[in-house]
Design a protein around this ligand. Structure first.
Ligand code: MG
Length: 361
């Protein structure tokens, strides 16, 4: 039985600013959900950001929806399905409750979901940089560190040269991808076609999230697979996109879909449709990262995605859990009970900016 929930807002300085076509981050803000049950504790991470530049939810909207709408249901043992939307809040609570249950049962999240592998290839996202030299240095450092996939953010005016420089630096042994975060329009088709020569794994989200028909036309003109990310808000939406030929690859983000169970359903759909999929990252802390690695280990996740080591974003001691580390270009899928990593109180204390406890009555 659920007794109490702590909502813990953390802020961790990023080792370097992270710029995309839509936002610029210098810190990672997250809301961690800590459930206290009769059987033990559990943790989940809300991947909403401080602002609404990427997802419609923000940390503050998620906190209010949790406090006023989701938690009363959880305390009463009522399904969370009566709350529409607010995927990131729901995903965080679902993960925390599942973590507590699986810890009590002694089962890992990866095993519970049906993981097929013990390690997953590590991938890193590189934001837009001041100049090509800075980009080259980042690509070289991450390739050297062993990352198997390097994804570079692009935007109109900073695309072909970015990818040309990244490919030159990474060589052909690294999976290279571009992520536009929806910053192009069909008028830019020529530029996107020019990226074909670099042998990319995919171009993520070239156009706006709702532009499925435009993505389908583009996909027909590109050799490079179009990977939809921001468009994929539900499994049904993904099915629609796949049927329309709008995507040759899918980025699966548990936070945007409403949880790991929904992510698993989508990955099963992708497998049936024979559409490659990858686990999409949101610069998670160790809590969300461990859960994402479990997702990346599922059979439907056929492509290397965004699972990075903790130090890529937070430095060697910056995470709230023991750091998740690179091993020969891969991350080990946690085998311990639940999400398989523990929040360390002293690490959590260093980055906590607000903490609220809600008790069941
Ligand atoms: Mg993306």
């Amino acid at each position: 039985m659920l007794r109490a929930v702590e909502l813990v807002r953390v802020r961790m300085p990023l080792v370097s600013p992270f710029r995309t076509a839509r936002s610029a981050l210098t810190t990672k803000d997250a809301l961690l959900v800590h459930v206290i049950t009769d059987d033990g504790d559990g943790w989940g991470e809300c991947v909403a950001q401080a602002d609404a530049s990427y997802l419609p939810d923000t940390i503050d909207t998620a906190r209010i929806v949790l406090r006023d709408h989701l938690l009363p249901r959880a305390f009463a043992g009522v399904s969370l399905d009566g709350v529409e939307g607010h995927a990131t809040a729901r995903a965080a609570l679902e993960c925390a409750l599942l973590d507590a249950r699986l810890r009590a049962e002694g089962t890992s999240l990866a095993r519970h979901l049906g993981a097929a592998r013990t390690v997953v290839p590590a991938g890193v996202a590189i934001g837009l940089t001041e100049d090509t030299d800075a980009l080259r240095a980042l690509v070289a450092a991450n390739a050297q560190a062993g990352y198997r996939r390097i994804k570079c953010k692009i935007e109109p005016g900073r695309d072909v040269e970015v990818i040309r420089a990244a490919r030159a630096e990474a060589g052909t042994g690294v999976v290279l991808a571009a992520d536009a975060n929806g910053s192009y329009t069909p008028a830019d088709t020529g530029v996107l076609m020019a990226l074909d020569e670099f042998g990319l794994q995919c171009i993520e989200q070239p156009f706006a999230p709702d532009a499925l028909a435009d993505h389908a036309v583009l996909a027909g003109r590109l050799r490079t697979p179009v990977c939809l990310d921001e468009s994929i808000t539900t499994a049904a939406r993904a099915t629609e996109a796949m049927a329309a030929g709008a995507c040759g690859m899918v980025s699966v983000k548990p936070g945007r879909l409403g949880g790991v169970a929904a992510a698993r359903v989508l990955l099963d759909d992708c497998e049936r449709a024979e559409v490659p999929a990858l686990a999409g990252g949101m610069l998670e802390t160790g809590v969300g990262r461990a859960a994402l690695v479990a997702i990346a280990a599922l059979p439907g996740c056929t492509e290397p995605g965004d699972c990075s080591a903790s130090d890529r974003y937070f430095g060697p001691d910056g995470d709230v859990t023991d750091p998740i580390v690179l091993e020969d270009g891969c991350l080990r899928v946690p085998t311990g009970p639940g999400i398989g990593v523990d929040v360390r109180p002293e690490r959590l204390a260093r980055c906590t900016v607000a903490r609220e406890r809600i008790d069941g009555s």
